[in-house]
Structure formats: C-alpha cells, structure tokens
Design a protein around this ligand. Sequence first.
Ligand code: FMN
Length: 246
Amino acid sequence: MNTTIELIKDHRSIRDFKADPIEESMIEEIIHAAQAMPNSINGQQTSIIVVTDKDKRSKLAELAGGQPWIEQAPLFLLFVMDFHKTDLAAKKNGLNQVIHESVEGTMVGTFDAGLNMGAAIIAAESLGLGVVPIGGIRRSPDELIELFELPEKVFPVAGLAIGHPNSSSKKKPRLPVDTFRHNDVYQTKDLLKLIDHYDAHMTDYLKEIDREQEGNWSQFTSGVYQHVYFPKVHPAMKKQGFLNNK
Ligand SMILES: Cc1cc2nc3c(=O)[nH]c(=O)nc-3n(C[C@H](O)[C@H](O)[C@H](O)COP(=O)(O)O)c2cc1C
C-alpha cells in the first residue's frame, strides 16, 4: 500500500467546517489537480466555478434544499459540463456542434465532471481539508444557471463544499466488495445475500452514530429511488440545449 491509496480509502464526507478561509495557493492546487484528469477526446467539456463569496454560498445552501454546511465551508466548487467552449471551437471551424443534444454528450460531460470532482476531492483531502459533494444543487437548476450566468450548453452537474474540518465523522461502510467487483462477467449470484449482510452492518453503523431512524441501505435507497427527486433537471437541461433526443 502507499499513502495515496491510504488517503483515498480513508475518505469520509465532512459536514462541519471552521470559518477559516482556504489559501489561494491551495485552491489553485485543487483546481489544477481537477483539470489534469483524463477527458473524452481531449474536448475538455467541463469547467469549475470557484465560489468563495459568502452571499452566494448562503444562496447555494438554500437552493440545495437547506444544507448549512455549504454556507459554513469557505469554498464551494461548482462542476459544470461545458459544451459552450467546444461550440466556440465548432463555430471557429465553420461547423455545427450536435453532440450536446445527444445522450452520449450528456454522458461524456457528466462523466468528465465526475473525474474532475474525484481529483479535487483527493487533492483537497491530501491538503488536510474536508469535503462534501453536493448533488442538491440540481434541485434548483434554473436559479443556479442564473446565479452563475451559465451560458447555453453549460449545465451544473454537482458541487463540492470544501473547508477546514471542525470535527471528523465516522467512515461509512460500503457494500461488500463482491457486489462491486465482477470478475470477467457480471455476477448476480449471491447479490441479495450480500445486500442482507450489508443492511445488517449499516443498521449497526447507524446505531453507533445515533442515526438509526435513517433506515439501512436497502430501505433508504429504495425510498429515495421511488421518485425522480430532482424533476427540474430535465426541463432545465432542454432549455440549455441538452435535448437528449439523439
Ligand atoms: C454526486 C454526489 C452528490 C452528493 N450530494 C450530497 C448532498 O447534496 N448533500 C450531502 O450532504 N451529501 C451529498 N453527497 C455525499 C454522499 O451522501 C456521501 O458521499 C455518501 O453518503 C457516502 O458517505 P461518505 O462520503 O462519507 O463516504 C453526495 C455525494 C455525491 C458523490
């Protein structure tokens, strides 16, 4: 094992931050690490909005459904998929961009934004900072697009609140690795048994951290996945030019 892998495996989301600001040199390191990730066709169809302004963070906390740690953390990174830049390239070459209208385009943009965020998480944690990803921003995509003046063909994928941890949290156990790693072919056998095992493990974990009422993994996840919990995403994507019809 090495220290990079140890750091990654020790990840846990932090939702309790000190007010201390983050040095600009650290922000730059995090952004450069995020930008260094591989990306599809070297199209570089992502961008990051760096938010330190307190009023904007407070607005974001509200738009994300009331998440106080967004306002508390001195830094918020908004990861967007960005086919605006590639569209400028198309126009420069007298061509018509259509990829942003396709499901493939949405997959490429969101996947690349995820890679950016993954690297930002590792970079921030390696600097002793705490992070929590924020998908809650997709609750209010229209307001976000307006707040950050996102042009057409740009869409907010997720955010990352970053700060100096005020307290730590207990590492959250994952499903047994055999549900995650499939050798040569996808293995459905034993999945339910492994899920039962994990549900029992999660029940114990939640008891330990006094959050038993949340329900174990299968209860919680199936409850959430009964609904499209961010219904404004689809119409807002269409407005930004992401038709997803190809
Ligand atoms: C894309 C994404 C969106 C998330 N959105 C939120 C969010 O809006 N609010 C929040 O408190 N946590 C959010 N999380 C954090 C997850 O709840 C957390 O990663 C998961 O429960 C596992 O816990 P851990 O990160 O402590 O290991 C998000 C995580 C990801 C990857």
